[in-house]
Write a protein that binds this ligand. Structure first.
Ligand SMILES: NC(=O)c1ccc[n+]([C@@H]2O[C@H](COP(=O)([O-])OP(=O)(O)OC[C@H]3O[C@@H](n4cnc5c(N)ncnc54)[C@H](O)[C@@H]3O)[C@@H](O)[C@H]2O)c1
Length: 250
């Protein structure tokens, strides 16, 4: 399949895990990929891992408005439009509410949620210039079902889910051709979770309520992201795609 031939795609959190797998998938289907991550050290290897020539890497902290404004200028000058935006950068902090500091709460919100407000607002003119722009926001199964000790993470990912729907409605009302959908991965084996899965006791606990009995692979989430970003999902906007091995079906 070459669903992204000639398309410009920006992925945040692109240097690792689900973001990197998404870049690889989009590149393998013909996209010109812009990899954005705050980790400047990991970006060169991520860039080198992609098929095809000419992809770009950009050091970006997604919580910084100035960084987004600068990146938007570069994309505008080089490409004049943006066809695909995958807001993937994120992380979790897991503790009871009573033990969560305001600093931690704000940090999680800034990376997981505020960043998506910033990118959506700042990049919308470039997405509209595409004529068929697609936004895929990476939420989590925790944006739909709660769990103990996930206060800041679940709240941030639930906010991503609703913000995606508002984005979809505003774009449809504006008639700018931009679709927005969220994806909700369950437990996924990535560098973020490697430590947990390396401990057999924790791994057993994490997977106890996953009907398929294993964590997802980053590539399996990337498949869902690519679907939502592609014309195969052209009548989908404001939707949520759950990819969780059946966890939320119970
Ligand atoms: N792994 C899972 O089990 C799982 C489950 C559900 C949802 N998710 C979500 O998927 C997304 C990717 O997770 P992953 O497991 O691939 O994680 P990961 O740690 O492997 O990769 C995350 C990447 O985001 C980058 N990043 C973090 N903060 C950033 C910032 N402020 N600015 C720019 N880049 C930043 C990191 O440098 C890293 O390269 C996250 O939003 C996460 O919440 C993951």
């Amino acid at each position: 399949m070459n669903r992204f031939e000639g398309r410009i795609a920006l992925v945040t959190g692109a240097a690792s895990g689900i973001g990197l797998a998404t870049c690889a998938r989009l590149a393998s289907e013909g996209a010109h990929v812009l990899l954005a991550d705050r980790d400047a050290q990991k970006l060169p290897a991520a860039l080198a891992a992609l098929s095809g020539e000419g992809h770009e890497s950009h050091v970006l902290d997604v919580t910084e408005e100035a960084g987004w404004l600068a990146l938007a200028r570069v994309i505008g000058e080089r490409h004049g439009r943006l066809d695909v935006l995958v807001n993937n950068a994120g992380y979790g902090s897991f503790a009871p509410i009573a033990d969560t500091s305001l600093e931690t709460w704000r940090a999680v919100m800034a990376v997981n949620m505020e960043s998506i407000f910033l990118s959506t607002k700042i990049l919308m003119p470039l997405l509209a210039a595409s004529g068929s722009g697609a936004i895929v926001n990476v939420s989590s199964i925790r944006g739909i079902i709660a769990g103990v000790n996930t206060g800041s993470y679940s709240a941030s990912k639930g906010a991503v889910r609703m913000f995606t729907k508002v984005t979809a409605l505003e774009c449809a009302a504006a008639g700018n051709g931009v679709r927005a959908n969220s994806i909700h991965p369950g437990h996924t084996a990535t560098p973020l979770t490697a430590e947990a899965y390396a401990d057999p006791v924790i791994a057993r606990q994490l997977l106890a309520d996953v009907p398929m009995g294993r964590p997802g692979e980053a590539e399996e989430i990337a498949d869902g992201i690519a679907f939502l970003a592609s014309d195969d999902a052209r009548y989908m906007t404001g939707s949520e795609l759950v990819v969780d091995g059946g966890k939320s079906a119970q």
